[in-house]
Design a protein around this ligand. Structure first.
Ligand code: SAM
Ligand code: SF4
Length: 321
């Protein structure tokens, strides 16, 4: 295990459900996929015990709650409140934003610090095309609610695919500047349904940056250790200033200092999005076998590689991005 990776503690990505109401073209097949049985999913007590054990063994730098769509987990704010009591230095949630308008205030009260909201298009027709048919206005209300609730900084995640939503790039940059959000472009990964789209639709961060630089001023800010985004200060022609991020898992992998440990909704550890299968700790967790859980985490962390192979993994929605 590369000890420097986790010297400041683990960055835990907890997928709290494999359910999602969207069918994003790069993530979920139109017919969905085989979901876990309810009894296979980790309950609140189990997740709490797992995070407490990992914190005791490795230290905790961050918790990010993801999915599937995490806001589809019933009574998520109860889980958030109990996780917040473990005092993670950073505590964030990634969401498609559709249900955020109703839940932002309760999540903030429960102790969540901030949110990342996925937004691949502002144009309603393009948004529908990317996501399989939902109303982008619900996401926009969610962004406003996140600001109002103090779930800040509010970050936006955008995946661009050629021929799908590349006409949205400039408008999204302007929108993010107007709303004070940090917009982060994530390179499309050839994972699950993303593989077919990736073949003809991959747009590299370098290409995106060149395109944005034609209309906006960009000044590089670099990448913090352990972070995924290469950040830039951006200024638009009207003088508005903000920050853009480019996350480049394909063209410039940031695996070498990655301190993430992913936990799937059914209790498997994964060292990387690119992994298949993972190591299940559900049974050790259910029988209270703390040493077996910690050993499994050590084994997974030891197998982290310096470069990911994204082509083998089945789907993102069950793992959590
Ligand atoms: N449902 C939530 C959402 O959409 O934000 C959380 C889970 S989703 C799997 C997390 C992130 O993964 C989203 O920002 C999504 O755009 C990204 N994602 C999913 N599939 C991807 C792929 N094939 N390549 C790159 N990013 C992907
Ligand atoms: Fe659902 Fe998020 Fe996947 Fe879209 S990216 S299908 S919102 S899990």
């Amino acid at each position: 295990m590369n000890a420097t990776r986790i010297s400041a503690g683990l960055s835990l990505r907890l997928s709290v459900t494999d359910r999602c109401q969207l069918r994003c073209r790069y993530c979920m097949p139109p017919e969905g996929f085989a979901r876990c049985a309810r009894e296979e999913l980790l309950g609140d007590d189990e997740l709490l015990a797992l995070v407490s054990d990992l914190r005791a063994a490795f230290g905790l730098a961050k918790i990010r709650i993801t999915g599937g769509e995490p806001l589809m987990r019933p009574r998520l704010e109860n889980l958030v409140e109990r996780l917040a009591a473990l005092n993670p230095p950073d505590f964030a949630l990634t969401t498609n934003g559709l249900r955020l308008a109703e839940s932002a205030a309760a999540l903030r009260r429960a102790g969540l610090r901030r949110v990342n909201i996925s937004l691949d298009a502002l144009d309603p027709a393009v948004f529908e095309r990317v996501t399989g048919g939902r109303d982008v206005r619900a996401v926009l209300r969610g962004i406003d609610a996140a600001w109002a609730a103090g779930l800040t900084p509010v970050k936006l995640n955008t995946v661009v695919a050629r021929g799908l939503n590349e006409d949205q790039i400039e408008n999204l940059v302007v929108f993010a500047l107007e709303r004070g959000c940090e917009l982060r472009f994530i390179e499309l990964m050839p994972i699950g349904p993303g593989a077919a789209l990736h073949a003809g639709g991959f747009v590299s961060s370098a290409e995106l940056r060149a395109r944005i630089a034609a209309r906006f001023d960009l000044i590089p800010l670099g990448r913090e250790a352990g972070a995924s985004a290469e950040r830039y200060c951006v200024t638009d022609p009207d003088g508005r200033v903000g920050t853009l991020g480019f996350i480049s898992p394909c063209s410039a992998p940031f695996c070498a200092d990655c301190n993430r440990l992913r936990v799937t909704a059914d209790g498997r550890f994964l060292g990387c999005l690119a992994w298949e299968g993972g190591l299940s700790v559900r049974e050790p967790l259910r029988r209270g076998d703390f040493p077996a859980i910690i050993q499994a985490a050590r084994d997974v962390l030891r197998c982290k590689r310096d470069n990911a192979d994204f082509t083998r993994h089945a789907n993102m929605a069950s793992v959590g991005g």
